[in-house]
Design a protein. Structure first.
Length: 366
């Protein structure tokens, strides 16, 4: 593994570079599996010990056509086609012939292409959305094998070209962790006393990043007012006291005074923001030299009970909205981490129809 720029110059023996093609059967490798409707294809199946160094894949295009999905009489809108392309394909990575994946995330969300594929182009040392493609540079070491899979859950064939670059290692190093990534999408009513668990991991490892999409059409939350507050509490190894208590979600991602405008940084970014109604937000933060390490467990919660406590008018209106079955907020969250063991109890994926909705739960009454 390359740890620093200076390390690039070090000559290593016993390391072999390799790459695997997938998806494109129209060139030198007609035997490659194509990403047809309802099909899962393996874009790399590598024996170890080795380390995946790059995953490249197409951004997919869902054709304009009437009767494609759940609109039998109308062509899909551009926003719907974007969401289908971003969340209709699932990326999975399996290590050492384990039956459950360590990585299972909709393709767009894995590459921090939030809000159903609406993020602008951006680049980080970890993942990037380049013109018409996605690239991942996160190192993924494994001892025996790694299988990288794309699963097309759409009812249409998709054109795909992928490649996975890797480096074979002369021997396995037990200090290396296995890369994991998990996704979930959920909605809840956000009130004045809300304290919500966002992530729990068991085992030893370290968190290296988050990519979130946040959406709401609640008028009280326009511009992510109140939503952006919430103390982000990180508890390590079962401690009752947070090891980190970021006093605001925007601050935990490296910003201040909310999410006002797009910003593309190497380690944190706002790659899509709509501060109107519905409010829509795509954000990411990666930890390079400052991973969040844990030996037994990690919990990430957001606690809103300390926010706007003197704003009685707002609290009254918020309570009225909650009692009126409103004040819903929608999160789609991706986490990236390493741990010593393989596998993670991923949340059940929502149905395709639920995954691609602009909002899981609207606050707008008919």
């Amino acid at each position: 593994m390359i740890d620093t720029l200076a390390d690039i110059a070090r000559i290593r023996t016993g390391h072999t570079f390799g790459a695997s093609n997938g998806g494109w059967a129209y060139d030198a490798y007609p035997e490659l599996e194509t990403l047809d409707a309802g099909r899962a294809i393996t874009i790399a199946n590598i024996t170890g010990p080795a380390i995946i160094t790059n995953i490249h894949t197409t951004q997919h295009i869902v054709p304009k056509a009437g009767g494609l999905f759940y609109q039998p009489d109308n062509a899909l809108t551009d926003e719907q086609r974007s969401a289908l392309a971003a969340r209709g394909i699932i990326l999975e990575i399996y290590y050492n012939d384990q039956p459950s994946p360590a990585v299972r995330v909709p393709l767009g969300d894995f590459f921090a292409d939030g809000c159903g594929g609406r993020a602008q182009h951006f680049s980080t040392p970890f993942v990037e959305k380049a013109p018409e493609s996605y690239n991942c540079f996160i190192p993924m070491p494994f001892e025996k094998s790694a299988r990288v899979v794309l699963r097309n859950e759409l009812p249409v064939n998709l054109g795909n070209y992928s490649f996975v670059e890797f480096e074979r290692l002369p021997a396995w190093d037990d200090t290396l962790g296995y890369f994991h990534a998990a996704w979930d999408r959920f909605a809840f009513q956000l009130g004045g006393q809300t304290d919500h668990l966002f992530l729990h991991i068991d085992g030893a490892g370290h968190l290296i990043g988050r990519a979130w999409s946040v959406c709401t059409d609640e008028p009280l939350f326009k511009g992510f007012a109140f939503v952006m507050e919430g103390n982000n509490e990180v508890r390590i190894d079962g401690s009752h006291t947070p090891s980190a208590d970021y006093l605001g979600t925007e601050d935990s991602f490296g910003f201040s005074w909310g999410f006002q405008r797009p910003y593309i940084g190497l380690y944190n970014g706002i790659n899509y923001v709509r501060n109107d109604t519905p409010a829509q937000l795509s954000i990411y933060r990666f930890h390079h030299h400052n991973p969040i390490r844990f030996e037994k467990s990690l919990d990430w919660r957001i606690d809103w009970s300390h926010e706007f406590t003197t704003a009685q008018d707002f609290q009254t209106r918020l309570k009225h909205a909650v009692n009126g079955e409103n004040a819903w907020i929608d999160y789609a969250t991706t986490y990236y981490w390493y741990q010593k063991t393989m596998g993670y109890p991923h949340a059940d994926l929502l149905s395709l129809a639920e995954r691609v909705k602009p909002l899981l739960h609207s606050n707008q009454t008919s």
